[in-house]
Design a protein around this ligand. Structure first.
Ligand SMILES: Cc1ncc(COP(=O)(O)O)c(C=O)c1O
Length: 1001
């Protein structure tokens, strides 16, 4: 067998011989200094290095090095590499000899290592990889080169030289990991000519950065990624934090030369492999050449690093490498998160109630937080319960991504300098024994008892998958022992199935009762042993960028509003209430016994300062949903462009007026814009009074038309109630035509007789008659009263016969809310002379409108100008236009009809079970439930109505009460309300009526 460079001794020329050779052959002279080498003799002579090759060295191997250096001199001329001195490679006896320029700098092994130095090392080697791209040489194909990482398995026979014991075990484990994770991927990894030996004596450092690389003797064609793996094997030796140090090198390398995911997947495996090879080869060689001390120099630190690397999970290192390379750490993370945020993902409640609507207390377990000051779990749970009682909360929430002081114990120590202290889940503290439900359909992966102090105790991990089949897992920790027999591994579970129960401190690792929830995008399971049912619930602060990709925020499933986790001290009701009392007039009332501090709205939901969601079944202003993005964008766009009064020509106001008018029957064609419903009604009265020359008004009893003096005077809801001055002489009231409580039941024409009487009263008073008859198209303040068929037709006939103008107040009910018609007056088959609009018209943006006929508009133009500074400004018109867009594009009138009809049917169903429901009425999403203490007498259940509204509020559903007796529950939500939302309302209403009837339930 041919001797190789590994089993031939190093050359050992005398100083004289070296000096002579240098001078004679290369014209080099200077002081001599012997340099370390494993198999050659390297001697510095002045500013050059004489390299005397091992006898067994092939000439082609040296030619390879020279060709590579020549290539690099062109591709990256400023990269500091040795330059070959002429005449190149010469033969001297049995040895090949050459001289290369001496590169100044201290070996990397001998200087202090900073992050910046490691980064510059990565960059240097990255430049080398980039510079070597496209380089090839026949001699690079060294199929039997011992150090070739691609063939790491070839060193296995050398393990026989290692004494059995820990060292051998860790070397074997590294080779096993290589076989398992690298070998199958080899065909997928790119090949290139690589230096393959950027060790800490070959890398030179000057002024804190890498200044050169020497010794191209190991160059070969191998896997590209080996270059970085070998670099890491030396750069990480004895580093304090190998993930941080690895990040420095990898980020530097990949800034110059990008790696693929497969390469990043195995780079740390190959680093461990290189270390294992180094140990195995060195020990093997030390047996053969016991006097070669160089061989053993680096083995102790190499073993230490190998042990640390092998103590970490390979997938974690893969993710760390990706993070360092600037990729999202877990390749599948984005796909999983996108699915979790998609409409396909519909998580069920994890606890037996809707957490999003539940009162909550968020606590901190950070250093020094009050919750950390207790002697034990019993005391801290007592404290939490007191917090919940004070806040009317059902649950205490512990935060994701919080650096906590509570994690003691060995299991929180890792190879990182700091322990794992940052929480990767969300905790829900609640009474032990409470059932815990699967949030998604899936399969039970594991059910184990992690029965160690500070651990999870009984733990369930469920496996789920995205629409495209990507698996992910959800962990439910700190459960009770009963859980261990509740589900079994492999069992299929449906969303909502009970998968366990909250454990107490005796079984749950010693904590106050709670469930720890977290999502895992990868189990990082040991490929040999599989997943053991435990998984970190906290990460090292310095590694959170990696941990957060492995364990994304489980709030993706819980869907607690972001306000839950924000500081909301300034919005606390206890802070705002006194300010409101001091700053605003006391006549302004606040809804509910426990006032709400609402900070955000979205769709049909309102969110309070604690992030608690309330299903908004009251707000008919946010007609197309709170803060609808299309409306918001339209307002923002126009506000950024122009907002001014209507003294100029502007296309938007005309486009909007035409589009709005087109939704009305002829001859309602002319539009005036105002800023509110009150202003619209005020203008309507002015038009009516101007064109008729009369002052008196006929209005329907219990009506409300606005907050101005004139409107309070015609609104019985105001003047006839607390603080009201009573009916003024010029106002004449027609009876509220209430089919349930009124004298004429559902006889519309009969009910309208009182309009005729009111008109007569006006005529009697002023000798001419009323200027206007005004009526809401469905009475809101009257108690959601739907007028009997034929009422408005007959009423208008009487009014017009008396010379009055007919005004329909659609401020509450317009814009498709009524479901089967865009305007509620259409349900009565009439065409008013004037229609007034407000509330929903701008989805909350202050806007109102009056629509009338060209004839009335002309008669109104008597010379006095009608001017309104803000009415019809471009921003308001953009808002109004956007509202019409959304109603059309989202088919919201049809939605109002569908959900409204469904709700009516559900309310009727409820009426079969709850005697307190006297009447159910309404159109579309403008509904009322008339509560009574006695169905026969129809005695109004005023107190019950208030209690129901307040209890629903406490359960996260908002309704209001109204009507002459304040006993009617009003339901008039944004018309985006769906049947699912309707089900929430009905379930809570059912429960409330049940509980309030029998308070023990
Ligand atoms: C039927 C009716 N008309 C008019 C108004 C007055 O509208 P605004 O408060 O916008 O002035 C209201 C307000 O509640 C209303 O309900």
């Amino acid at each position: 067998m041919q001797p190789t460079v590994f089993d031939s001794p190093r050359p050992a020329f005398s100083d004289d011989e070296v000096r002579r050779l240098a001078a004679d052959t290369f014209g080099i002279s200077g002081a001599l200094r012997h340099l370390d080498s494993e198999r050659d003799q390297n001697v510095q002579v002045g500013d050059h290095v004489m390299k005397i090759a091992n006898v067994a060295e092939e000439p082609a191997a040296l030619e390879l090095q020279h060709a590579a250096l020549a290539h690099l001199a062109v591709t990256d001329p400023t990269l500091l590499l040795p330059r070959v001195a002429p005449p190149g490679i010469v033969r001297h006896g049995h040895h090949l000899v050459r001289a290369v320029s001496y590169l100044p700098g201290a070996p990397y092994a001998t200087v202090a290592h900073t992050p910046a130095l490691r980064h510059s090392l990565g960059r240097f080697v990255g430049r080398l990889s980039k510079g070597l791209q496209g380089f090839g040489h026949p001699a690079a194909h060294k199929s039997d080169f011992l150090w070739n990482l691609d063939q790491a398995q070839a060193v296995r026979p050398m393990l026989a030289d290692l004494d059995s014991g820990d060292d051998r075990e860790v070397v074997e484990a590294a080779l096993h990991r290589h076989q398992q994770r690298v070998v199958p991927l080899l065909p997928a990894l790119r090949g290139a000519v690589v230096h393959h030996d950027a060790n800490d004596y070959n890398v030179l450092v000057h002024d804190g950065t890498v200044s050169g690389l020497i010794d191209f003797g190991d160059m070969l064609f191998a896997r590209q990624v080996n270059e970085l793996a070998v670099t890491l094997a030396y750069a990480l030796l004895d580093t304090n934090d190998l993930v941080a140090a690895g990040r420095d090198v990898i980020s530097g390398y990949t800034a110059e030369f990008a790696l693929t995911d497969d390469e990043l997947r195995v780079v740390y495996d190959l680093t461990a492999t290189r270390l294992a090879m180094s140990v195995a080869i060195s020990l093997h060689r030390s047996r053969e050449f016991p006097d070669n001390s160089y061989l053993m120099v680096s083995q102790a630190p190499a073993l230490r690093l190998l042990r640390r690397l092998m103590g970490m999970r390979p997938e974690f290192l893969h993710f760390a490498a990706r993070e360092a390379a600037g990729f999202s750490p877990v390749p599948q993370r984005d796909r999983i998160v996108a699915w979790l945020q998609s409409p396909e993902c519909q998580p069920a409640d994890v606890l037996p109630f809707d957490l999003r609507r539940a009162g909550r207390v968020v606590i901190s377990l950070a250093e020094g937080a009050p919750a950390t000051s207790f002697a034990g779990p019993v005391e801290s749970w007592e404290w939490m319960q007191a917090q919940m009682d004070a806040a009317g909360a059902q649950v205490v929430v512990g935060r994701y991504d919080e650096d906590r002081s509570c994690y003691a114990g060995e299991q929180f120590r890792t190879d990182a300098p700091e322990p794992r202290s940052v929480h990767t889940g969300i905790d829900l503290f609640i009474t032990d024994g409470t059932p815990v439900h699967a949030m998604l359909p899936g399969t039970v992966e594991t059910v184990v008892d992690n029965a160690y102090e500070y651990d999870y105790g009984p733990t369930v991990v469920l496996r789920h998958h995205t629409g495209d089949g990507t698996p992910f897992w959800v962990l439910y920790g700190h459960l009770s022992r009963r859980t261990l027999t509740t589900v079994t591994p492999g069992q299929a579970v449906a969303a909502g199935d009970v998968v366990g129960f909250i454990g107490d401190h005796t079984v749950n690792g010693g904590w106050a009762p709670h469930v720890h929830l977290q999502i895992m995008t990868d189990l990082m399971a040991d490929p040999d042993k599989g997943f053991d049912g435990n998984f970190e619930g906290a990460g090292e602060p310095s590694r959170m960028a990696i941990w957060k990709a492995i364990v994304p925020d489980v709030n993706l499933l819980l869907r607690l509003a972001p306000e839950t986790f924000a500081d909301h001290t300034a919005d606390e009701p206890t802070i705002l209430e006194p300010r409101r009392r001091a700053d605003l007039g006391p006549s302004l009332s606040t809804s509910y016994r426990d006032h709400l501090s609402i900070v955000r709205g979205e769709g049909v939901w309102l969110y309070d300062h604690t992030g608690r969601g309330y299903l908004d079944c009251v707000n008919n202003v946010a007609h197309v949903g709170h803060s609808h993005p299309h409306v918001v964008a339209a307002i923002a766009r126009q506000a950024a462009l122009l907002n001014t009064n209507t003294r100029y020509l502007h296309r938007t106001i005309l486009d909007y007026a035409e589009r709005l008018a087109a939704t009305f029957p002829d001859p309602l064609r002319v539009v005036y814009f105002t800023n509110s419903g009150s202003e619209a009604n005020e203008l309507a009265l002015r038009i009516a009074r101007t064109v008729t020359g009369r002052h008196d008004i006929v209005a329907v009893d219990w009506g409300y038309h606005g907050n101005t003096n004139d409107l309070v005077e015609i609104s019985a809801y105001k003047f006839n109630r607390k603080g009201g001055a009573g009916k003024p002489p010029h106002v004449h009231l027609a009876d509220l035509p209430d089919p349930y409580r009124g004298a004429h039941g559902s006889d519309g024409p009969a009910s309208a007789a009182s309009v005729a009487s009111a008109c007569s009263a006006a005529t009697a008073r002023n000798g001419a008659g009323p200027a206007a008859f005004i009526a809401e198209s469905i009475s809101g303040c009257g108690g959601q009263v739907v007028f009997p068929d034929g009422y408005l037709a007959a009423a208008y006939e009487h009014a017009r016969a008396a010379g009055a103008v007919c005004i329909a107040d659609e401020v509450q009910v317009g814009f498709g809310r009524a479901g089967s018609a865009m305007w509620a007056f259409e349900l009565q088959g009439v065409v008013p002379d004037i229609v007034t609009l407000g509330k929903p018209i701008g989805n909350g943006h202050p806007l109102g409108a009056v629509i009338t006929t060209p004839a009335l508009a002309a008669a109104f133009a008597n010379g006095m100008e009608w001017f309104n500074t803000f009415g019809g400004n471009p921003v308001s018109c953009a808002a109004g236009m956007a509202v019409l867009d959304v109603i059309e594009q989202e088919g919201l009138q049809a939605r109002a009809l569908d959900t409204g009809t469904y709700l009516l049917q559900r309310f009727h169903e409820l009426a079969t079970r709850h005697d307190a429901i006297g009447d159910v009425r309404g159109h579309g999403l403008y509904l009322g439930i008339d509560l009574v203490t006695d169905r026969d007498t129809k005695a109004p259940a005023t107190a019950l109505a208030a209690d129901v509204a307040n209890l629903l509020r406490d359960r996260g559903v908002l309704v209001s009460t109204d009507g002459p007796h304040d006993n009617v529950l009003k339901i008039k939500p944004p018309i985006v309300l769906t049947r699912d939302h309707a089900d929430i309302l009905c379930a809570e209403l059912d429960r409330a009526l049940h509980e309030l009837k029998d308070p023990t339930k």
